[in-house]
Design a protein around this ligand. Structure first.
Ligand SMILES: Cc1cc2nc3c(=O)[nH]c(=O)nc-3n(C[C@H](O)[C@H](O)[C@H](O)COP(=O)(O)OP(=O)(O)OC[C@H]3O[C@@H](n4cnc5c(N)ncnc54)[C@H](O)[C@@H]3O)c2cc1C
Length: 351
């Protein structure tokens, strides 16, 4: 099999660069992969260029959830929730084994928000959009079976509901594979240096093979930028700009904090929702949300403060586990591309 190896690349690059494309996609994360697949399904001649490896960016560093958008219900954004639920159900159907249902538990504490009634109401609407009832309130005694070791101080019970989980990097590979099966091409190690313009119109890109430094001019009827947090680098100066926000996770061996469900709760320090969830045989704690000032060419990394914040969340919800820094197997950090209008002090919208 010669495809995608060095020999194929050496031979294919000049030939691919010389073609006339209908669409060039810049960025090999989930957005770029999805755009490529949809274009290929419409018989467009299309090529994706990724500067590092496929899914190197945020699409391998997320919380791995395929949300139906429960938080959108809480904000009254019913149309958006309906779309998210529909997409979640479609992915569950299209990619069994890669996108799987995940059971969530939201514990309810006396005086805490949301209480079981409010939360149950939101979930009824959420389930109605998915077409089936899929949540249940468990009083304390029963909750103990679902959530051994959970903080019981003031605990009334918990609501169990369902969303879905995936391996985000594998999902990108899967979508790219489907795009290639439909006739699309995708190259990693190809950095787009600039957009080529003629009479004010984008007509292609100048791309560099990061292995050899060799540059290629590629022409296309359309160019799609799916560069996530890196988007400002290729965009013309305008009103909008990307504010990179970092989110990090800790990975623990599952025996150290065995959880059979994803636990969703508010961090005592700032009221932000945080998760403890089972993933690929381990337990994950996430996530943080803070400005990312580091160079985007360097892989994003968790800070000491974030480690402390996530361990504090764990101690808050599972005090008996006494998880410490020494228990952490690994960590990952991703950068959210949040678009803001540039006003000083503007709080970024939730992604
Ligand atoms: C901490 C965290 C948790 C999250 N959790 C979830 C979740 O649970 N569920 C969910 O649905 N979403 C989640 N998200 C959001 C989700 O991960 C992102 O929306 C998604 O991954 C963005 O995909 P993308 O393709 O736009 O960007 P990316 O995956 O970042 O892809 C952009 C790609 O473009 C490439 N690139 C940049 N510049 C160039 C160039 N000049 N030439 C060539 N290539 C270039 C980069 O190398 C990169 O690979 C989370 C995000 C974060 C940060």
């Amino acid at each position: 099999m010669e495809l995608w190896n060095a020999r194929w690349r050496e031979r294919a690059l000049p030939e691919l660069a010389a073609r006339d494309w209908d669409l060039l996609v810049i960025g090999g994360g989930i957005c770029g992969a999805g755009i490529l697949r949809e274009a290929a399904r419409r018989d467009w001649r299309c090529l994706l260029l990724e500067q590092r490896d496929f899914a190197w960016g945020t699409s391998s560093r997320s919380s791995k959830m395929v949300h139906g958008g429960l938080r959108y219900v809480a904000k009254g954004q019913i149309g958006l929730t309906r779309d998210s639920v529909r997409e979640r159900q479609r992915l569950l159907g299209e990619a069994p084994g890669l996108v799987e249902p995940l059971s969530f538990v939201m514990p309810h504490y006396r005086g805490g928000f949301p209480g079981p009634k409010v939360f149950g109401g939101l979930l009824s609407l959420y389930d109605a959009l998915a077409g089936k009832r899929n949540h249940l309130f468990y009083p304390l005694q029963q909750l103990r079976y679902l959530a051994p070791g959970i903080r019981e101080d003031g605990l009334l019970g918990g609501t169990r509901f369902f969303d879905a989980v995936t391996d985000d990097a594998r999902l990108v590979q899967r979508v790219l594979g489907e795009a290639r099966a439909e006739g699309a091409e995708a190259l990693n190690g190809m950095r787009v240096v600039e957009l080529l313009r003629e009479v004010g119109q984008v007509v292609g890109v100048l791309a560099e093979d990061v292995e050899t430094g060799k540059q290629y001019r590629l022409r296309s009827r359309a160019v799609a930028q799916a560069t996530g947090a890196w988007a400002d680098r290729l965009r013309q100066p305008g009103n909008g700009r990307v504010r990179p926000l970092r989110g990090s996770h800790l990975l623990l061996p599952s025996w150290r904090l065995p959880v059979a469900h994803a636990f969703s709760f508010m961090h005592a320090a700032d009221g932000r929702p945080v998760f403890v969830f089972p993933w690929e045989g381990a337990t994950v704690i996430g996530t943080t949300d803070l400005d990312h000032a580091d160079d985007l060419d360097t892989e994003a990394a968790i800070s000491k403060e974030e480690v402390d914040y996530l361990l504090a969340a764990c101690a808050q919800q599972f005090p008996c586990a006494e998880v410490t820094c020494g228990d952490v197997l690994s960590a990952w950090a991703g950068v959210r591309p949040v678009v803001v209008d540039g006003s000083a002090g503007l709080k970024p919208p939730a992604t």
